[in-house]
Design a protein around this ligand. Structure first.
Ligand code: ADP
Ligand code: ADP
Length: 228
């Protein structure tokens, strides 16, 4: 049973002559434990597709469902789907550990379990020595690892990451992606990562290519896909 399924899902922004079709009728699904990369140039519709899959946006036509996640209730989906965004997302007055713990507290997890899950998430992303740091005292790559730890601590079945390495240099980006994939595998979580970087794409098993709002088959992949 797929965690998420898109059936002829399309998303258009605006109306009339000014309308922009960000995603044209896409049909695809993510099975449990899969590692999927959505590759395509900026503006090809990757973010829009990810937002549709996350339940953060609704398709203009067609359907997005989450058969493997027990229904479409927004709060339920938020528990099962973790979203990692491109830029800084940590709360500046809170330490790394407090940033990881906060969503667990909001979920109503008991205090001792918050502490143990926070420690485990920090450990799996090699962040233990940085637990007490404030976001301003972290590098961009360290901060992005904390953002990943914060998502994984909630134990999602599906992690959706929108250009998670987009603001990092190549080496740091690859390191963040590697720890994300390793930590997600420990949890048994499926991962879908969007990127315009073909090098990032190589780290994932399943690659979907997007161009002009359409998912194109890998065989039909244009020569310079992903090179902006
Ligand atoms: P989103 O991924 O949220 O849809 P974009 O990818 O269009 O947004 O852009 C997000 C940021 O990443 C922007 O600041 C943009 O300048 C930068 N960016 C997008 N594509 C590229 C690229 N191919 N090379 C370098 N920077 C890019
Ligand atoms: P990508 O993530 O591949 O950069 P996006 O999904 O962000 O692509 O964008 C796909 C298309 O939809 C682009 O033409 C973009 O300008 C347009 N778009 C994205 N978000 C909006 C929005 N909120 N309003 C209007 N147009 C948008």
């Amino acid at each position: 049973v797929p965690l998420v399924r898109c059936e002829n899902a399309a998303r258009t922004y605006g109306r009339g002559p000014a309308a922009v079709v960000a995603v044209h009728s896409v049909t695809c699904s993510v099975p449990p434990g899969a590692r999927v990369c959505v590759v395509g140039p900026s503006g090809s519709g990757k973010s829009t597709l990810l937002h549709l899959m996350a339940g953060l946006d609704r398709p203009t036509t067609g359907r997005v469902s989450h058969p493997g996640l027990g229904g479409e209730d927004a709060r339920g989906l938020a528990r099962h789907i973790g979203v990692v965004f491109q830029g800084p997302s940590l709360l500046p007055p809170l330490t790394a550990a407090e940033n990881v713990a906060l969503p667990l507290r909001i979920d109503g997890v008991p205090g001792d379990e918050v502490a143990s899950r926070t420690r485990a998430a920090l450990r799996s992303l090699d962040l233990e020595p940085l637990a007490g740091r404030l976001p301003d005292d972290l590098s961009a790559g360290q901060a992005q690892r904390v953002a990943v730890a914060r998502v994984l601590a909630r134990g999602p079945a599906l992690v959706l990451a929108d250009e998670p390495t987009g603001q990092l240099d190549r080496a740091t980006g690859r390191q963040v992606l590697t720890v994300l994939l390793t930590a997600a595998a420990e949890l048994g979580a499926a991962v879908l990562v969007t990127t315009h970087d073909p090098l990032v794409a190589r780290a994932l098993d399943i690659r979907w290519y997007m161009a002009d709002g359409r998912l194109v088959q890998p065989e039909a992949r244009p020569e310079r896909e992903g090179d902006p």
